[in-house]
Design a protein around this ligand. Structure first.
Ligand code: URP
Ligand code: ZN
Ligand code: ZN
Length: 456
């Protein structure tokens, strides 16, 4: 099976030119002017469109038992939504409970994805406790092709690890050459502040921010990076939301600490006033770290432009507004945390980042694809447009105009945090390893075709 894409403007992290692109089987085989195709090839005219490398979301939750419930998507629904949004590879957090066995959990998470995902996928292995048995199982998981761990400095009593476990995890990661991704918030401060707010009768969604203000996150980043400095481990801060936390990461990097930073599309486009909406509407916007003061948005865009921040993810964690968010109607600490956005990351980055000139197209490609591939051992198979790379491609129509709505989304959740927002441009055609998975903005892919990507 061959695919010839003609006359598109190929845009990568560092180049931009009009050319034809030939895919043979699952890979890109030629790029150049006036390419000819074998007779059986499908030909797509991409005149006036951009061709981006398939986007990679480095932080999603699909199978997620969390806060007494389960996130709503399955691999079938999430991979469909990802592809419609231009994301061709997912990196999911495998999050065992503290009482769970690491290896059994890894196998459970794999079983949720294999044969069900329409796009390619891999995992960050959650380390939610550390002992000799865990260490042996983590070695085995790394040998099976996982080269990143995930730890939580938050969620006391659930996923959170203590300092001894943190130290041992980082030492093992350093020994194995594995990068450690981390949720950074000081869990004691969160727990104590939450108790005080609830005791004072401050129970609504808007209080979530007060329980974990920017200093709580900055303290988490500082803590992680002290441990990273003394172990030499390579680290990656997930969902960084504010200036105070970024300053800690930059200061550590200047001392030579190995740290990359991820922010989220939600922090770039939404602010804490959404979580303060009346009639419990704010619950749609509860996630951790919380949405921040609007002033942080410019700092995060600036961080992307200047290379202080390496990636933009979604931390996709969908919980229904009607049936799941109300678990915390009388107590904000019980609102399932998460703002679904897997489908919207690229159109929002384009509409609210590229169009107003906050970032350029190369930065969009870099932070949502190429840099992710490089950090997590997928480059140049993914994140690149060059002969030999997987033919994961996004033909993007910059002239499309539309509106975001829960009514039309593919994500399996009953609301959109961006309801009614206008968008400019959309992924029109998307391919996964040479096969068209989205046409005219609609999913036409094959559920179960997605492959587990081994990373060493
Ligand atoms: O609120 C969030 N971020 N929900 C998902 C779990 C996590 O902390 O990443
Ligand atoms: Zn987190
Ligand atoms: Zn997460």
């Amino acid at each position: 099976m061959s695919l010839l894409i003609k006359n598109g403007e190929i845009v990568t992290a560092d180049s931009r030119y009009v050319a034809d692109l030939l895919c043979t089987g699952e890979t890109i085989t030629a790029i150049g002017p006036n390419l000819t195709a074998p007779p059986e090839a499908e030909i797509i005219d991409a005149t006036g469109k951009y061709i981006f490398p398939g986007f990679i979301d480095p932080h999603v939750h699909i199978y997620l038992p969390f806060m007494g419930t389960f996130a709503k998507d399955t691999y079938a629904s999430a991979s469909r939504a990802a592809l419609v949004g231009g994301t061709t590879t997912l990196i999911e957090m495998c999050c065992p409970a503290r009482s769970d066995d690491a290896l059994a959990s890894f196998e459970l998470w794999m079983s949720q994805a294999v044969g069900k995902s329409a796009c390619d996928f891999t995992f960050h292995m959650g380390v939610t406790k550390f002992n000799e048995q865990t260490a042996a199982q983590l070695r085995e998981i790394v040998a099976r092709g996982i080269s990143s761990f995930k730890i939580f400095l938050a969620y006391k009593g659930a996923f959170g690890i203590d300092d001894t476990e943190l130290y041992q995890t980082l030492k093992l990661a350093k020994e194995l050459g594995v990068i450690v991704t981390a949720h950074c918030e000081n869990e004691t401060l969160v727990a104590e502040r939450s108790k005080e707010l609830l005791a004072a009768g401050l129970t609504g969604p808007g209080q979530h921010h007060e329980s974990r203000p920017p200093r709580v996150e900055a303290e988490g980043v500082h803590h992680l990076l002290t441990f990273a400095e003394l172990t030499g481990a390579s680290t990656y801060i997930v969902h960084l939301s504010c200036q105070e936390a970024l300053a800690e990461a930059v200061a550590a990097r200047q001392r030579g600490v190995r740290v990359a930073v991820e922010t989220l599309i939600q922090y770039l486009t939404l602010d804490k006033s959404y979580a303060e909406l009346p009639d419990f509407e704010g619950a749609k916007y509860v996630m951790s770290p919380p949405l921040r003061d609007k002033r942080n948005q410019e700092i995060l865009w600036h961080g992307l432009r200047d290379g202080l921040i390496q990636t933009v993810a979604t931390d996709h964690a969908p919980f229904d507004f009607q049936s799941q968010k109300p678990m915390g109607r009388a107590d904000f600490t019980k609102i399932p945390n998460g703002i679904p956005s897997l489908e919207e990351r690229i159109t929002l980055l384009y509409t609210y980042g590229v169009k107003p000139g906050k970032i350029d197209l190369h930065t969009l490609v870099n932070v949502a694809s190429t840099q992710v591939a490089k950090l997590f051992g997928l480059f140049p198979r993914k994140g690149a447009i060059q002969p030999g790379a997987d033919a994961d491609l996004v033909i993007f129509d910059p002239n499309y105009r539309g509106t975001i709505s829960a009514q039309t989304q593919s994500m399996n959740v009953d609301y959109s945090a961006f309801e009614g927002w206008p968008i400019e441009g959309r992924p029109e055609t998307v391919t996964v390893r040479g096969q068209v998975a989205v046409r005219g903005g609609k999913f036409v892919g094959q559920t179960g075709r997605g492959q587990f990507l081994k990373r060493f």
